[in-house]
Write a protein that binds this ligand. Structure first.
Ligand code: FAD
Length: 460
């Protein structure tokens, strides 16, 4: 019987340990994607983007005489049924690190382990999340020592790309992707976001090649919001359209050639591994304040102010521009993520989990580990967090990182981008024009209020 390759966030043919192992088994390979309840429950943008990833990957498989079998239902049941129908002898998968995925993988291994061999592979990150340990064998809580350990350990080179999959003699039945309607929950125009998305393995590889040729612009691009000089590869990493090790080795080769920016790029990439490392060791990272005592912080619940933040109507131009970018493109510059998250959690004193949920709803690069770590980092309650009292002043940030107003103008004046945003928002939003919004709170007043809340928590 065939080897089932159960795909999730590993929609690629290159550097794919599970795929390589399935091929090495000598059996025909049966690629399967299951729309299980966990996947059904994805928020709007991630689910829509996953649908696009599946569409492109299925076409790629078909181009080489293979297929992507699509089935709906709880994973263990569906896979058992396929194994039964095809006489499959092996199951291969790439493990994921968030709590719901871990439970699901364990259920599947248990349910299928009796009838075939289940092989769980690494491959979503540079290293398995538990591989890098402190001297005492524990988890790192601070980034720099984690980075030093990772750097010292090095990263294995990516595995070769497969262009040849032996197809089984008979294919089991498959659903039609269009029947799954993965974009259903996008109450804004998926067509708008689609204009900005770069979907699929080939597009991701091209994006990486282009990025590496101007890597010397990265140090400025990482901070400056006006240019678009970062890799943009996070959406591809999220769905495994490119492997993290492929990025690492492209960056490392540039470093060895003396390219400015290469070291910073490698460091950022390692933040993604750090996030997965922490999520593995602290499964509740997306739900609970990581630092003790923070449950006492007077985080505010959802409110009209938080809604104004979501809609880009705070009256703080850099925040509003960024929230428009997020809603329109499904992504946001890293500096802007930090500014908007700080504004929500500090100036508006809003619970970071409310911001985390909106990012999850809107980001096409949504990653359970990176989103949780970064929100807790900005909010001040997370591992290696920026201290709460270091409150970003959005106006000063804008002057420093958008000195020519290119970013703000792009999203707040009459441009193609701003028009795309306006065409995407639900009618019920009835937006005020940017110039006419009164700021939700004065910057000094918001800052003082946040510091008082912190002092109150410390005393309480
Ligand atoms: P580049 O600058 O080109 O970096 C290369 C890669 O390094 C990225 O693709 C990403 O995989 C990784 N990386 C860079 N910065 C970080 C970081 N701070 N943390 C973890 N990995 C990083 N990133 C996500 O992929 N998904 C998320 O859901 C997410 N949520 C975030 C929420 C907040 C509040 C903040 C402040 C940051 C969040 N990030 C998230 C991290 C970061 O903003 C994005 O990874 C980055 O902006 C993606 O753009 P890029 O691919 O051009 O990055």
């Amino acid at each position: 019987g065939p080897a089932i390759l159960w795909l999730r966030r590993d929609l690629r043919l290159s550097d794919h340990p599970a795929l390589s192992a399935a091929i090495a088994s000598g059996r025909p390979v049966l690629p399967v994607f299951v729309l299980d309840p966990e996947t059904e429950a994805l928020a709007a943008a991630p689910k829509w983007r996953l649908g696009r990833a599946l569409e492109v990957f299925a076409a790629r498989l078909e181009g080489m005489g293979s297929r992507l079998i699509l089935r709906r239902g709880p994973a263990a049941g569906v896979l058992a049924e396929i194994a039964e129908a095809t006489g499959a002898g092996e199951l291969h998968l790439t493990r994921l690190h968030d709590a719901p995925s871990r439970r699901r993988d364990a259920d599947v291994a248990e349910a299928l382990g009796k009838r075939l061999t289940v092989h769980i592979h690494d491959g979503h990150t540079l290293h398995p999340p538990e591989a890098i340990r402190t001297k005492t064998g524990g988890a790192y809580k601070v980034y720099t020592p984690f980075w030093n350990a990772l750097r010292q350990r090095g990263v294995a080179p990516p595995l070769p790309t497969h262009r040849d999959l032996r197809a089984p003699a008979d294919w089991p039945r498959s659903d039609r992707l269009s029947d799954w309607d993965m974009g259903r929950a996008m109450d804004r125009g998926a067509a708008v976001v689609n204009e900005w998305a770069t979907v699929g393995e080939e597009a991701a590889a091209l994006r990486l090649r282009r990025f590496i040729t101007h890597l010397d612009r990265y140090p400025a691009g990482r901070d400056g919001m006006g240019a678009r000089d970062t890799s943009g590869l996070s959406e591809n990493l999220t769905y495994g359209e490119i492997g993290a090790r492929t990025l690492w080795h492209a960056g490392l080769a540039a470093l060895q050639d003396g390219t400015r920016g290469a070291e910073i790029f490698l460091r950022e990439l390692a933040w993604r591994d750090f996030a997965h490392h922490l999520l593995w060791h602290v499964p509740h990272l997306p739900e609970r304040n990581w630092r003790d005592g923070w449950e006492r912080f007077p985080w505010r619940p959802d409110s009209p102010e938080a809604e104004a933040w979501r809609r880009g109507q705070t009256g703080e131009p850099i925040v509003d521009a960024a929230m428009r970018e997020l809603f329109t493109t499904g992504t946001m510059h890293n500096r802007a993520r930090m500014i908007t998250a700080s504004y929500l959690t500090k100036h508006l004193l809003t619970d970071w989990r409310i911001g985390l949920r909106w990012f999850e709803e809107t980001l096409i690069d949504w990653d359970p580990a990176s989103n949780a770590l970064n929100w807790q980092w900005v909010a001040g309650c997370g591992p290696d967090a920026s201290p709460f009292f270091r409150i970003f002043n959005p106006a000063t940030q804008a002057e420093r990182f958008d000195p020519e107003r290119r970013y703000r103008d792009r999203w707040l004046t009459d441009t193609r981008e701003a028009r795309a945003f306006l065409s995407a928002v639900p009618r019920s939003w009835s937006l005020a024009p940017p110039a006419r919004i009164t700021p939700l709170i004065g910057l000094k007043e918001g800052r003082d209020r946040a510091l008082a809340a912190l002092a109150g928590m410390r005393e309480g």
